[in-house]
Design a protein around this ligand. Structure first.
Ligand code: ADE
Length: 226
């Protein structure tokens, strides 16, 4: 799967994509992540890509020309399954949406900006608008990182043990059961006996019950959605 990310701040993202599971996914050639600096498409000598808002107020706005040129350039090379814009008023990102995105081949992400972008970009180029939560960030870079992270780990082969993505929180509208590792006892706090019993059937049953109980306590809306 290939991601092309258009941003004003490529440095904010490059190190994030060079660590941990995302790094491994790229090394295994299961994911390609390309960053494109919107400044490279500036139409003036100053390298700026924003301008005053028509009608006044609202500060500066990212113009349509550099964005259109960049998107056109990328589209010359390949066709895109989705062109995503990150914005607080987009669709709230969900595990279900990440699952769907992980089945695509080419995804472009245009990072939003606190100054706003010319509305015609959203109308004419964007196929999907995504928010990562009901709060406002200074820009869409963190949102793009979240999308790429949550999608890439779902690509078959990215996680060592494929079942570990299937048993994630939210994958079946349940949050994960608690997990423990050594030592068996720390400051008198013990690991539940059932996990030491060696009875795999009972352990699975216990984990399922814990998931349901936790979901009911912490995120009852997930159960109601069923
Ligand atoms: N840009 C600013 N805030 C955002 C949010 N919550 N989600 C996605 N993009 C954003």
């Amino acid at each position: 799967m290939r991601f092309d990310i258009i941003t004003l701040f490529p440095n904010m993202l490059s190190s994030f994509f060079q660590e941990s599971i995302l790094k491994r996914a790229q090394n295994k050639q299961l994911a390609e992540i390309h960053l494109h600096d919107l400044h490279d498409y500036s139409q003036n000598n100053y390298g700026s890509v924003d301008d005053y808002a028509y009608g006044g107020g609202a500060g500066m706005v990212i113009g349509i020309e550099p964005v259109a040129l960049c998107i056109d350039d990328l589209k010359k090379e390949r066709s895109y399954d989705e062109i995503i814009y990150t914005a607080p008023d987009g669709e709230l990102l969900s595990q279900q949406r990440s699952n769907c995105l992980s089945m695509l081949n080419n995804v472009m992400i245009l990072c939003g900006h606190y100054k706003g972008i010319d509305e015609r970009i959203r109308e004419h180029f964007i196929t999907l608008e995504i928010s990562i939560g009901d709060y406002v960030l200074t820009g869409g870079e963190l949102a793009a990182a979240v999308i790429v992270d949550s999608v890439t780990r779902l690509i078959p082969g990215v996680l060592n043990d494929e079942t570990s993505a299937l048993s994630d929180s939210f994958q079946n509208n349940l949050i994960s059961p608690p997990a423990y590792t050594r030592p068996m006892e720390f400051r008198g706090w013990k690991v539940p006996d059932i996990l030491l019993s060696g009875n795999h059937e009972k352990i699975e049953q216990w984990r399922y019950e814990q998931s349901v109980q936790r979901t009911r306590q912490r995120r009852p809306n997930l159960l109601n959605d069923n």
